[in-house]
Design a protein around this ligand. Structure first.
Ligand SMILES: [Zn+2]
Length: 471
């Protein structure tokens, strides 16, 4: 099993040669990972373990088990924990065997490319993964993972990660992050403030989340005003642990400023468990405005992820909970929906908003023109299903002419799977190099500018956009 050294480059020799040269100039740069979902507990202890190969590569990664589930492989057989604590497979060799027998399902997919690159580059696997090789490769990975160099902190250094941001609920006391800082280890791991489960009033368990918000902030949340005060206090607490950004997910980009009285009224309805979907949507639209106001006040970068219908498979959600591969994109509208937000805050150069979209049809029509105009707005990289070689190609084609690369923010790996981080950044750096090489062979930019662009896309833009230079 080998990796093509020219993977993702154009087959035309002139472009390919330039792409290779540009990629080589950035392949050694440190990794900046400003948004993702790696568990910070992996870095608390000096020799924390990833667990078994299944714990590391299968059980936490919905990119992986969604594909297996789509081929009717039961989630229980993959060891995915049930909400009710009911029985699931606990023999990780059996889970690995199923994964290996079905690894062919990932042919031609980004997950297949990442996993193959991880197996080769991180774990030194030389055989193709299939049903016959499964147990030998499992043994090999177990042996490798027992070595000190394969502990999470050692891999953090080995991967040349300069900064890694996790995603943390607004109600999280951030114990893992506090322990990492107190340990004296030099790895730069930062929390990100994610208030979704308190600002979206119809979140299952919202009342419990509000109680947790009260407990963690020390503010009794019994009104809209105390809710805002608790959010502001938690943002300040997150900042003491290195947070530079918030992140909010919303189905729609709809923004709307409620009057203080109406916001209080809706909040009281929620506390009384009488909230309607329409009121909840209005409140979410209002809280995007409020988050922008808070970001302007406290300097946190504001990330917004729009357009994913979460938990589409109701029965699966009931059995296994959220983040199980059943989130499906929908069509999004931005120009009208963001009008209130951008007219109030879009001209503030002190504010930094980074927008992620799942509707590619909006890139050229709406998002690139918006980001190419409003000083506060930048576009995030291709997200989730479009974090792929073709998603990146389409993004470069649809966005960059109008927005310019300097209204974008480099790459986010957005992963839960820590060992996949180098592979994901490798795809982006190769795709960037190939795109810039295309501009060079067409005489659109010269080699000097292409080199600078590829370095900015690989490294500088993410550092600047997420303010890692400042904090
Ligand atoms: Zn994410």
């Amino acid at each position: 099993m080998l990796l093509d050294p020219d993977r993702y480059f154009d087959s035309e020799p002139a472009q390919r040669n330039i792409a290779r040269e540009l990629f080589q100039s950035v392949s050694h740069l440190p990794i900046v990972s400003p948004h993702g979902h790696v568990d910070p507990n992996l870095f608390v202890a000096e020799h924390a373990s990833f667990g078994s190969p299944a714990d590391m590569l299968i059980i936490p990664d919905h990119y992986v088990f969604r594909m297996l589930y789509s081929q009717s492989i039961p989630m229980e057989s993959l060891g995915i924990p049930r909400v009710d604590g009911g029985p699931v497979e606990t023999d990780h060799r059996k889970i690995w065997q199923i994964f290996a027998e079905n690894f062919y399902l990932f042919r031609g997919t980004p997950s297949g490319a990442w996993l193959t690159e991880e197996l080769i580059n991180v774990f030194g696997v030389t055989q193709k993964l299939n049903g016959d090789s499964a147990q030998a490769i499992y043994d090999h990975i177990v042996d490798i993972m027992a070595k000190p160099i394969f502990k999470p902190r050692a891999l953090f250094d080995e991967f040349n990660i300069e900064v890694l941001c996790t995603t943390d609920s607004a109600t999280d006391p951030l114990e893992a992050h506090q322990k990492i800082r107190a340990s004296g280890w030099g790895g730069d791991i930062r929390p990100t403030f994610r208030p979704d489960n308190v600002v979206n009033l119809m979140t299952p368990g919202w009342m419990d989340n509000i109680a947790a918000m009260g407990a963690v902030s020390g503010i009794d949340v019994n009104s809209y005003a105390s809710f805002i005060a608790a959010l502001e206090k938690q943002r300040a607490f997150f900042k003491t642990l290195g947070t530079t950004a918030s992140d909010q997910a919303a189905i729609s980009a709809y923004t709307y400023a409620l009057s203080p009285a109406r916001a209080e009224n809706i909040f009281q309805q929620a506390l009384a468990d009488k909230i309607t979907p329409a009121e909840s949507a209005q409140f979410s639209a209002h809280m995007l405005m409020e988050s922008a106001r808070m970001s302007l006040d406290d300097g946190l970068v504001m990330q917004i992820h729009i357009g994913s219908i979460r938990n589409h498979n109701v029965a699966l959600f009931g059995k296994f909970g959220p983040d199980k591969g059943a989130d499906i994109p929908e069509r999004s509208e931005f120009t009208h929906n963001l009008s209130a937000l951008l007219n109030k805050y879009g001209n503030e150069s002190g504010l930094s908003m980074i927008l992620f979209a799942m509707d590619e049809s909006a890139y050229a029509r709406e998002l690139a023109p918006l980001a190419g105009h409003y000083p506060a707005l930048k576009l995030g990289p291709p997200w989730w299903f479009f974090d792929s070689i073709n998603g990146m190609r389409r993004y470069f084609d649809m966005v960059m002419e109008t927005a310019g690369i300097y209204n974008t923010v480099g790459f986010n790996d957005d992963t839960r799977a820590f060992p996949s981080i180098p592979a994901r950044h490798d795809v982006w750096r190769r795709a960037s190099a190939n795109w810039a090489a295309g501009l060079v062979v067409q005489g659109i930019v010269d080699m000097e500018n292409a080199s600078a662009m590829v370095e900015d896309l690989a490294y500088n833009l993410a550092r600047q956009a997420y303010k890692f230079n400042e904090v």
